[in-house]
Write a protein that binds this ligand. Structure first.
Ligand code: CP
Length: 312
């Protein structure tokens, strides 16, 4: 398997074949994680820099652990501890990291398009670890891998993504990726949290969570991103939970073997109840584990194509 791209910036421009190749490589990486010996040499001699300009627990830790497991030399930059605080631009920071011989940069940034700008200006491969409200491709890949690993295929699977679709880069990446993988995809939530023209992506759109999840094989609840809301988009969090939250009673509308997903971090009692988060349908912790395998696969695939600093 080879990715013919220098960077992974979003799933909009990634083919089904490439997604399948990443998921198959992640299967091998998961075997490494499940073994007693988590050290491999896939990234020996490579250097990785993670740049997190927004908070993160799962994504940041999984990239850091993945690079360590595969033998890379790694370093981290956060906005507060870097020369960004002295006024340095993203491009100049990128060029500085590039000059140090970095093979791969992982970036999370509050501005949509920041990873694309960086990728145009550095020789290193760039992975988007979440840019504003645009895309979070590695999250969508780990979500798809969790289903692929469990079920063997995503073709014809009925998936409902519910909650704050408007602010969600996870929803956007999953829409691009899952549609390519043959998923029958629905989205549901308040109309104020639904992006304009979303139906043009080929998803079914519901303003009621009941309708979106009825008969679904998979329900993915999303966090209400209050930090990105400039004005109130629903009356109160309590009312949101009452009308749109997933609890055990509501989840029974879905398929009897429903799989419950959430990208995390979760707001217990808001987008879903503790009963379902910790219940037998939930694969939330499996998603976290699979995140390490998927990021191992991506870093390996993006760095192995490099010959003398040039993408081939
Ligand atoms: N799902 C996700 O991106 O989580 P973090 O913000 O903790 O990285």
């Amino acid at each position: 398997m080879r990715i013919e791209k220098k960077d992974l910036l979003g799933l909009k421009d990634v083919s089904r074949g490439e997604i399948e190749g990443i998921l198959e490589t992640a299967k091998t990486m998961k075997m490494v994680l499940d073994s007693n010996q988590k050290k491999t040499s896939h990234l020996q001699g490579k250097s990785i820099v993670t740049m997190f300009y927004e908070n993160s627990t799962r994504t940041r830790m999984s990239f850091e652990l993945a690079s360590k497991y595969m033998g890379a030399s790694s370093a981290n930059i956060s906005a507060s501890g870097s020369s960004v605080k002295k006024g340095e631009t993203l491009i100049d920071t990128g060029k500085t990291i590039d000059a140090m011989g970095t093979d791969l940069i992982v970036i999370r940034h509050p501005m949509s398009g920041a990873p694309h700008l960086l990728a145009k200006n550095v020789g290193a491969s760039v992975i988007n670890a979440g840019d504003g409200m645009n895309e979070h491709p590695t999250q969508a890949l780990l979500d798809m891998f969790t289903l692929y690993d469990k079920l063997g295929s995503l073709d014809g699977l009925k998936v409902a993504i519910v909650g704050d679709i408007y602010h969600s880069r996870v929803a956007r990446s999953n829409i691009w990726g899952m549609k390519k993988m043959g998923v029958d995809l629905s989205v549901g939530g308040p109309s104020t949290l639904m992006p304009k023209d979303i139906e043009k992506t080929g998803v079914k759109v519901f303003e009621s969570v009941h309708e979106a999840i009825t008969g679904a094989d998979v329900v993915m609840a999303l966090r209400i991103q209050l930090e990105r809301q400039k004005k109130a988009l629903f009356p109160t969090v309590r009312e949101y939970a009452r009308f749109f939250g997933i609890d055990a009673k509501r989840l029974r509308l879905a398929s009897p073997n429903v799989i419950l997903m959430h990208p995390g971090p979760t707001n217990r009692g808001v987008e879903h109840s503790s009963e379902v988060i910790d219940g037998s349908s939930s694969v939330i912790n499996e998603q976290v584990k699979n995140g390490v395998a998927v990021r191992m696969a991506l870093m390996y695939l993006l760095t192995r194509q490099k010959v003398s600093g040039a993408a081939v």
